[in-house]
Design a protein around this ligand. Structure first.
Ligand code: NAG
Ligand code: NAG
Ligand code: NAG
Ligand code: NAG
Ligand code: NAG
Ligand code: NAG
Ligand code: NAG
Ligand code: NAG
Ligand code: NAG
Ligand code: NAG
Ligand code: NAG
Length: 717
């Protein structure tokens, strides 16, 4: 029998997941001095723990997990705050819940970290009036444990062992306290508060800046069986719906199409060049004032006609950007202020940020009425006129999501020595519920879609949103997450691969990025400049990689030498006539992969089986090198991945390359099925590095099985 043996270190109680579907009891409440702990069986092989000092929670606290989970044993599950065994911690209690392969061994996966005379593994402190406390919870780990997930950072790491990660959102940093362990369990810190995650050699520690109850879940699985872990995790945090077929095509965006005439000409250009496009995006500054949530009629005189023309010309849908902030010159300001729909700050002037010289307040995404106000405004001004998809930019919460003052507009003051204003929302403060903000903002658009189309969350999506941030379980909405405002240099391209693989391990399958990078790096003379050979090469490499992401999307603020424009071009034909056929060929390849994409999104919907797959997911048990190199974050594992079950993608991340070294892992029990190089059909056995030719029009790409099956989407039989 293999146990998830999870012991509450300072109390005589242990919770285990073991074989068999029945649980020994339906919840254990231990009251011990001032503190109470509730341990419950949760889903398959899972245990939920809540702990609080002094005041009991209501049971209606903000939560990112389903109770009961989407899948789990028929009986024996506790719901809400229920329990059937109470103790004061003076005798040993045991709780079992599990369905783990029975092989006669017993393994400690983790427990509360309580070495002799150390700080208590559950540590609370108070720093002021009110019922909130700070909490630090410590769990044991071993130096060889590997930790995957934790949301996204920009750090080249897929194994986060050794990392300390602030639970504070910024542009391009979306920390989320969910991880999978190579030991065969997974952990969710189900807290809306800001705080920290620490992955030390012997101790993993999670902290909360302000809480009324501490809540976490541990779920066990067979070590190395990541599909099962993801199935278990997504049964708790949410399954993704199926995206609309059109959204799997090519998404055209830049900073920025400025007016109606420009957008219609863009559509005409796609039509006359016969290049397919599925979504055309309007970026920010398209409104008259921050928080109007309407296109400026001076620039967009007839939105409905524009959307119709775009549709007629290209069959593309449209998406528009919205920011969460409302300036005091917005048509919505007084109304929202009067109704309490704007967030304020706990101290200071009450405004949460500034933009273009005026103070702004973010709308309060945690207030359901404010969400409805936002959606009703968007519906009237965009949706009803044919722009039905929304880009929720600057969605990080607190401020506008930048780690510096006033969006860097001040010459002298670029950063301030605190992370984010302590905003005050209907649901609480930034410290206590700040991690809810982006999630609730995605929820606003989701609820709007569902209300308008008469469908329920989980049903196939008719429309989609694009968000710069998210949180535990964000995959349950019709919403993509992208990697934020990246720089247009090689280093950043390579960083995005590990970032996407960590997003995957967190459960976020609908991930994308700005192909080409978002912004010019001022220290690199060619960065983002479409008229330089250097940037064109980077763009080609980045764009070809984007073909093998869940969503294929270009975006960015480009520079140029030969255009008299406020913002330079970013279309498939903007990178030199010699490169257009290559860019267009990848767009065509993307549409050829439609059935494959549909198949892998369908699987993700049904079981949580991940789309972008770090190599450890498929080869961690069949190829010892994969596991060892993942531990060390070696390039072969941080810069290569499986896209669905059949395609191995190894993006070129360096300039001036004509050859690329790719590690082909040893597949599980299928050594007879070799790897086929996409461009030459040359086949190779797994378990070796190969050097392949990689001219600038060929992304290093290998497949398992026949190409016909891939194009037919017959890949799960
Ligand atoms: C536990 O329940 C699952 C789902 O109903 C079933 O597939 C599995 O066989 C059961 N395992 C045991 C040991 O009863
Ligand atoms: C634990 O405490 C309870 C309540 O005081 C008491 O009834 C029980 O006998 C104690 N059990 C043990 C094992 O000491
Ligand atoms: C049981 O499973 C564990 C974990 O997968 C493995 O390390 C161990 O070798 C197995 N033991 C037996 C007897 O098969
Ligand atoms: C629309 O934007 C384009 C590109 O910046 C510009 O050249 C043109 O003058 C604008 N037209 C209108 C009507 O504003
Ligand atoms: C920024 O402010 C200036 C001056 O008030 C105004 O002319 C301009 O339109 C504003 N830009 C945006 C994007 O709001
Ligand atoms: C779009 O095409 C339809 C059908 O051909 C036509 O009735 C309509 O006038 C066109 N609309 C625009 C804005 O071009
Ligand atoms: C969606 O409809 C529900 C039920 O009428 C309502 O409570 C909610 O506020 C609506 N949400 C949005 C964003 O429109
Ligand atoms: C790993 O990749 C990065 C960039 O993609 C490169 O700079 C670095 O040299 C590579 N490391 C090794 C050991 O090849
Ligand atoms: C790439 O090659 C070109 C021409 O051979 C050279 O000028 C350039 O410096 C090289 N770039 C890098 C980054 O090595
Ligand atoms: C590789 O095989 C596919 C069929 O699987 C074929 O369409 C393609 O032309 C072949 N490529 C080369 C270079 O032979
Ligand atoms: C691939 O090329 C590199 C650089 O030329 C070389 O060091 C390496 O040995 C080659 N690897 C294989 C497997 O041929």
């Amino acid at each position: 029998m293999r146990f998830l043996w999870f012991a509450l270190g300072t109390l005589a109680a242990s919770a285990t997941a073991s074989s068999g579907n029945s649980t020994t009891n339906k919840g254990l409440r231990i009251q011990h001095g001032f503190e109470t702990i509730l341990v419950q069986p949760f889903g398959y092989d899972g245990i939920r723990v809540r702990a609080w000092p002094f005041r009991p929670p209501s049971g209606r606290e903000i939560s990112f997990i389903y109770d009961p989970p989407l899948e789990g044993p028929e009986d024996g599950q506790a719901h809400g705050m229920s329990f059937d065994t109470a103790s004061i911690g003076n005798k040993s209690e045991e709780l079992r819940n599990g369905n783990i392969v029975d092989n006669g061994t017993e393994t400690l996966l983790t427990n509360e970290y309580a070495p002799l005379k150390s700080i208590n593994p559950r540590y609370y402190s108070w720093s002021g009036p009110g019922s909130e406390f700070e909490a630090e919870f410590s769990f044991s780990t071993t130096p060889d444990e590997q930790v995957y997930g934790t949301g996204t950072q920009q750090d080249h790491l897929i194994n986060k062992k050794g990392s300390v990660i602030d639970l504070v959102n910024f542009n391009s940093h979306i920390p989320a306290p969910v991880f999978m362990s190579n030991k065969g369990y997974s952990f969710i810190w189900n807290m809306a508060s800001t705080g920290r995650m620490e992955f030390g050699p012997l101790r993993n520690r999670f902290t909360s800046d302000a809480a009324t109850v501490v809540d976490y879940v541990i779920v066990a699985s067979k070590p190395g069986d990541y599909d099962t872990i993801q199935q278990r995790l997504s049964a708790l945090t949410g399954r993704a719906p199926v995206p609309p077929d059109w959204s799997l095509g090519y998404i055209q965006s830049k900073l920025r199409y400025e007016n109606q005439t420009e957008v219609v000409s863009l559509a005409k250009e796609f039509q006359s060049r016969n290049i397919p496009v599925s979504l055309i995006v309007i970026d920010y500054m398209s409104w008259a004032h921050e928080g109007d949530w309407a296109l400026d009629p001076a620039l967009w005189p007839d939105v409905a006609s524009m959307a119709q023309q775009v549709k007629n010309l290209t069959n593309a849908e449209m998406m528009a950007s919205l920011w969460p902030d409302v300036g005091d010159d917005s048509v919505n300001y007084l109304d929202m202020m009067a109704q309490g729909f704007l967030s304020a700050t706990r101290s200071g002037p009450g405004t949460t940020d500034s933009w273009n010289g005026s103070y702004v307040r973010n709308y309060d995404a945690t207030n359901p009425e404010a969400r409805r106000f936002l959606w009703n405004t968007l519906k009237k001004n965009y949706y009803d006129k044919g722009i039905k998809n929304f880009w929720i930019d600057q969605a990080d919460g607190g401020a506008l999501g930048e780690a510096y003052e006033n969006n860097g507009q001040s010459t002298y003051v670029e950063s301030i020595p605190f992370p984010l204003p302590d905003a005050l929302y209907a649901a609480g403060t930034q410290k206590s519920v700040g991690k809810l903000y982006p999630w609730a903002h995605q929820q606003a658009i989701e609820e709007g879609f569902r209300n308008t189309t008469g469908t329920k969350t989980g049903a196939p999506c008719d429309h989609i949103s694009l968000s710069r941030s998210g949180y535990i379980g964000s995959q349950r909405w019709c919403s993509m997450i992208w990697s934020g405002d990246t720089t247009s240099v090689w280093e950043t391209l390579s960083e995005q691969i590990a970032s996407g693989l960590s997003a995957a391990a967190t459960g976020w399958g609908w991930w994308t990025l700005d192909a080409g990078g978002f912004q010019v790096d001022p220290t690199v003379w060619w960065s983002g400049n479409i008229d330089t050979a250097e940037y064109r090469e980077l763009y080609l490499r980045w764009f070809q990689w984007a073909t093998f992401l869940p969503f294929m999307r270009t975006h960015g603020s480009r520079a140029c030498n030969f255009q008299d424009a406020y913002t330079c071009a970013n279309e498939p034909w903007s990178y030199g006539a010699e490169n257009t056929p290559t860019l267009v060929s990848y767009i065509h390849l993307r549409y050829q992969l439609a059935k494959y994409l549909q198949a892998i999104f369908q699987q993700f919907h049904q079981t949580g089986r991940m789309i972008m797959r770090p190599l450890y997911m498929d080869f961690g048990t069949s190829d010892p090198r994969v596991s060892e190199w993942t531990r060390r974050n070696i390039n072969a594992t941080t810069q290569q991945y499986m896209f669905g079950p059949r395609l191995l993608v190894a993006p070129v991340t360096l300039p001036n390359v004509t050859e690329w070294s790719v590690y082909l892992p040893q597949p599980r029990g299928e050594s007879s099925r070799p790897w086929t190089h996409w461009w030459t059909n040359q086949t190779f056995e797994g378990g070796q590095y190969v050097n392949i030719s990689a001219p600038v029009d060929q992304i290093p790409l290998f497949h398992l099985g026949s190409r016909a099956d891939i194009f037919d989407g017959k890949v799960f039989s």
